[in-house]
Design a protein around this ligand. Structure first.
Ligand code: ADP
Ligand code: MG
Length: 590
């Protein structure tokens, strides 16, 4: 609770959320009525992820409606819409139960690279394995029964990795439904002898799992406010909403980064499979051209997509989009919505949506205030929009980037542009409690300072606790699984060498070398184990930030050292003696 609800002040309240439909959960032994509910403390402070989300939706609506009025709309309410694409792994549950690291932490803490992983893309482009497809179909049926509108299923890049995506909904409902999707994936997988892994990085060396959060704004008359339409250049209202988002990300990219900062996501962000920790925007050809025109002062035209012929007469002519897509950007415009790609697969999408709603509300507030002043003085909104947007685009342009976000060059370029690059959770979290953040969330009544600080503490504490549990699990695996197997094999090889000697044969050099290698690796395993064990025993500071820094800078490197030698032993020790299911088995037995 981050100090908001201590044991001696434990009263709390719940209230039904009437905007998210109740549903009935089927269980083999009964049915349960589930009612989406908020949870707050005796003083009214939010203790959940729903209350701030509902508050941020109010903030967004209030500011968006002001802008709409200026353009003659009669809408009374604006909501955010969201469609989260959920990635996950399915592995045989026997392997899951045989891996204490997966059970304790959701990811493998040891595991040598198998001969083959994802280099042929044959899982990605292959058909869905039959057992998995059966499991997916039942998951979908269960979800339909609870009113969750899922529509997309496919294989993902890593072997045994998959994706499920719903039809987008109101952001609050989409957030609840994503939780239901994650629960249902786990529940149904079990019926097929599978286990669903939702962790961001269950396996080293292959792709991890993210959750792309597609986000837009929609008024109560059903208009998507980020839909460019056929003549976006002449649509002042669209341009205001677009520029509001650009301004929001330019000013508060650090908060979007905070919203996806947790130990699991540190394994993913910045690796060559997920966007970097630098938050930038991809707009695509058409919008980037519009933004160029705005910057120059007059917007006169919009690029058209045109037609695409493929060359075979039996095939149809396509209507081509006005711009290509960029899969490396953390925040990309995709047709009529933005796709925030930095979220982790295991996290609730509430946090990222709360941040998006709030920072965009602030920019809409700013733009509405400027424009309302013009109107009050009898000015012309359309003329004023041009010069206002020009000013804002000039201030915010540095956050727009269309190149390869995975490249090293971008890191240097981003630094030149002054964009923050918070590589780890620990680097990022402090941005949550800066005066800028406290003022922003306070002004729009999304978090008061106490709520913000309590969440900051919770995030820090979850970070170091996650790493502490991983370190303890590693110590146990190293001492009780890997070391005994390695010692047994060492004895076998030593025995074989001794027997050769006894038979009067001088043992071949390579056999002696194998023995030496084993002896050395076992020595290193024990030494690295002891280093990590000492680090874990010595720490007694109760300052959460100090603890988190120590976890990142001291514990994690010691874990990496221990893993390296454990994985080396896996490549030396006889496979019939190896006590843990291997990557080969977990990733390829489908
Ligand atoms: P891709 O994998 O090509 O990015 P998907 O079809 O898997 O695309 O997922 C796109 C997601 O975006 C879907 O959940 C879809 O419902 C959602 N989406 C589409 N339009 C909107 C919108 N206006 N607001 C929010 N989400 C949207
Ligand atoms: Mg998808």
């Amino acid at each position: 609770t981050g100090g908001v609800r201590a044991t001696f002040e434990a009263r709390g309240y719940t209230a039904w959320d009437p905007t998210s439909p109740a549903f009935i959960l089927d269980n083999p032994n009964g049915t349960i009525l589930c009612i989406p509910t908020v949870f707050c403390s005796w003083k009214g402070e939010a203790l959940d992820k729903k209350t701030p989300l509902l508050r941020s939706l109010d903030a967004l609506s209030a500011q968006a409606v002001r802008v709409l009025r200026l353009f003659g709309s009669t809408a009374a309410r604006v909501g955010a819409t969201a469609g989260p694409e959920q990635e996950y792994f399915l592995i045989d549950k026997n392997f899951y139960y045989a891996r204490p690291d997966l059970l304790n932490t959701g990811r493998t803490l040891f595991g040598a690279r198998p001969a083959k992983t994802q280099e042929m893309d044959d899982h990605y482009f292959g058909s869905i394995p039959e057992r998995v497809l059966a499991c997916m179909l039942e998951t979908e049926n269960e979800l339909y029964k609870m009113g969750v509108p899922v529509k997309t299923r496919h294989n993902e890049v890593s072997p045994s990795q998959y994706e499920i995506a719903p039809l987008f909904e109101q952001a609050n409902v989409a957030t609840d439904h994503n939780m239901v999707i994650m629960e249902t994936l786990k529940r149904v997988a079990d019926r097929y002898g599978l286990h669903a892994l939702l962790h961001e990085k269950p396996f080293a060396g292959v792709n991890g799992s993210g959750k792309h959060v597609n986000w837009s704004m929609c008024d109560d008359q059903g208009n998507n406010l980020l839909s460019p339409g056929d003549t976006p250049h002449a649509n002042g209202q669209f341009l205001v909403f677009l520029v509001a988002v650009i301004r929001a990300v330019a000013r508060h990219g650090d908060l979007l980064r905070v919203a996806v900062a947790h130990a699991g996501n540190d394994h993913r962000l910045g690796a060559n499979e997920a966007p970097p920790a630098i938050i930038s925007i991809f707009l695509g050809d058409m919008l980037e051209d519009l933004v160029d025109q705005i910057e120059k002062g007059t917007v006169t035209s919009a690029k058209k997509g045109g037609q695409l012929t493929i060359g075979a007469s039996v095939l149809p002519v396509f209507r081509r989009d006005p711009g290509d897509r960029n899969r490396t950007s953390p925040f990309a415009f995709t047709g009529n919505k933005f796709e925030f790609r930095a979220c982790g697969s295991a996290q609730s999408i509430s946090g990222p949506i709360v941040v998006l709603n709030t920072i965009v509300a602030e920019s809409l507030d700013y733009l509405a205030t400027e424009l309302e002043r013009v109107v009050a003085n009898g000015g012309d909104v359309d003329r004023e929009v041009q010069s206002l947007l020009q000013k804002v685009v000039k201030e915010s342009r540095h956050v727009v980037f269309s190149g390869d976000n995975y490249s090293e060059a971008w890191h240097a370029e981003a630094e030149r542009r002054g964009l923050p690059n918070r590589r780890t959770t620990v680097d990022s979290l402090a941005d949550f409690v800066t005066p800028k953040s406290i003022e922003l969330f306070g002004k729009y009544r999304v978090f008061n300072e106490r709520e913000l600080r309590s969440r900051y503490e919770i995030f820090l504490e979850s970070y170091w606790k996650t790493i502490a549990i991983e370190a303890q699990s590693m110590l146990q695996l190293a001492a009780r699984s890997i070391l005994p197997a390695a010692l047994r094999y060492q004895a076998e090889v030593a025995d074989s060498v001794a027997k050769l000697k006894a038979a009067g044969v001088s043992p071949p050099k390579l056999q002696l070398r194998l023995l030496d290698e084993l002896v050395a690796a076992i020595e290193e395993l024990q030494a690295n184990h002891d280093v990590l064990a000492e680090i874990m025993a010595a720490w007694d500071d109760d300052d959460d930030m100090a603890h988190a820094r120590h976890s990142r800078d001291v514990v994690v490197p010691a874990m990496n050292d221990l893993r390296a030698v454990g994985d080396k032993l896996e490549t030396l020790v006889a496979s019939d003696l190896w006590p843990l299911p291997t990557y080969q088995e977990m990733l390829f037995i489908k």
